[in-house]
Design a protein around this ligand. Structure first.
Ligand SMILES: NC(=O)C1=CN([C@@H]2O[C@H](COP(=O)(O)OP(=O)(O)OC[C@H]3O[C@@H](n4cnc5c(N)ncnc54)[C@H](OP(=O)(O)O)[C@@H]3O)[C@@H](O)[C@H]2O)C=CC1
Ligand SMILES: O=C(O)[C@@H]1CCC=N1
Length: 264
């Protein structure tokens, strides 16, 4: 299987890193394109894959072609590559806002198209990806796409109507979690802890807490209650978070992200 990436920025880089780490395919089975000389040289050096400025070369090489450019560049990229695609290849989009119908109008009604929403933890094998195939993919094709995304994390097949919600809760949420970790570490530094150590404590606490939700099956509220001793330290912090509107702020933030995805 040959995999192509149009664009080799943050998300494609995380996916390529994850695929190579898992040895799903050899580096010479991957080709990526970028626009600037800097990005091309960086990708060559970092991944030892084929890298070219020529999008049509990637399109004619790939059995699975991942469109990893920002939505605003999608139309010009499709116009450029449409007649260079292999006849039976699968086109995978990572872009919010661009629907399966929109792609079918650009590439033809018979083209195999998959809308996905991954996230950057792919880089460390902990990605989470929503996959929405159109009606032209066989079960085998869908399995192939799942295998690619499962090489760097978990996947769920979702309805297209859910994909913007996935952007809010998963595609974009690593950014909110990094803010949270940074803020906790800042507080620890304020109280005298060396910064490097603060990142280890804050990140491991987030990692372990997420694992508890996934592995115990317990309600997050119950897990929170297990940490809050009567008249203890934790409930003081929880009270401040509630007073400052932490939950409402998170809900508003995720909603704003979903709405933006729907409006692109
Ligand atoms: N970053 C994330 O966390 C996530 C991103 N996504 C989606 O993934 C897609 C890519 O995002 P991201 O990786 O963050 O973006 P980046 O800006 O990091 O990367 C975009 C890449 O596209 C290249 N590029 C731009 N125009 C062209 C063109 N005409 N032909 C070929 N390559 C081109 C750029 O090249 P150069 O570097 O040379 O300018 C760059 O390598 C977007 O649709 C985004 O919404 C989805 C989920 C998560
Ligand atoms: O901000 C963005 O547009 C992309 C979508 C999901 C994460 N980053």
């Amino acid at each position: 299987m040959k995999i192509g990436f149009i664009g080799c920025g943050n998300m494609a880089g995380a996916m390529i890193g994850g695929i190579l780490r898992k040895k799903l395919v050899a580096p010479d089975q991957i080709i990526a394109t970028a626009k600037t000389r800097n990005s091309i040289e960086r990708a060559k050096k970092e991944y030892s894959i084929g890298v070219t400025p020529d999008n049509r070369e990637a399109a004619s090489f790939a059995d699975v072609l991942v469109l990893a450019v920002k939505p605003v560049y999608m139309e010009e990229v499709l116009d450029e590559i449409a007649d260079a695609l292999k006849p039976d290849s699968i086109v995978v989009s990572l872009a919010p806002g661009k629907t399966l119908d929109w792609f079918a109008k650009k590439l033809g009604p018979d083209r195999k198209i998959v809308r996905t929403m991954p996230n950057t933890p792919a880089l460390v094998g902990e990605g989470m990806t929503a996959i929405c195939p159109n009606g032209n993919l066989s079960e085998e094709d869908i399995q192939l796409v799942e295998n690619i995304f499962q090489s760097f994390g978990k996947t769920e097949i979702t309805a297209e109507s859910m994909i913007d919600v996935v952007t809010g809760i998963s595609g974009s949420s690593p950014a909110y979690v990094f803010l949270f970790i940074e803020a906790m570490a800042d507080a620890a530094v304020l109280k005298g802890m060396p910064r490097k150590q603060a990142y280890v404590f804050a990140s491991q606490a987030v990692l372990g807490s997420a694992k508890m939700v996934l592995e115990t099956g317990k309600h997050p509220g119950e897990l929170k209650d297990m940490v809050c001793s009567p008249a203890g330290t934790t409930i003081e912090a929880v009270k401040v978070l509630e007073e400052k509107g932490f939950r409402g702020a998170v809900m508003d933030a995720v909603s704003a992200c979903v709405d933006k995805g729907r409006g692109i």
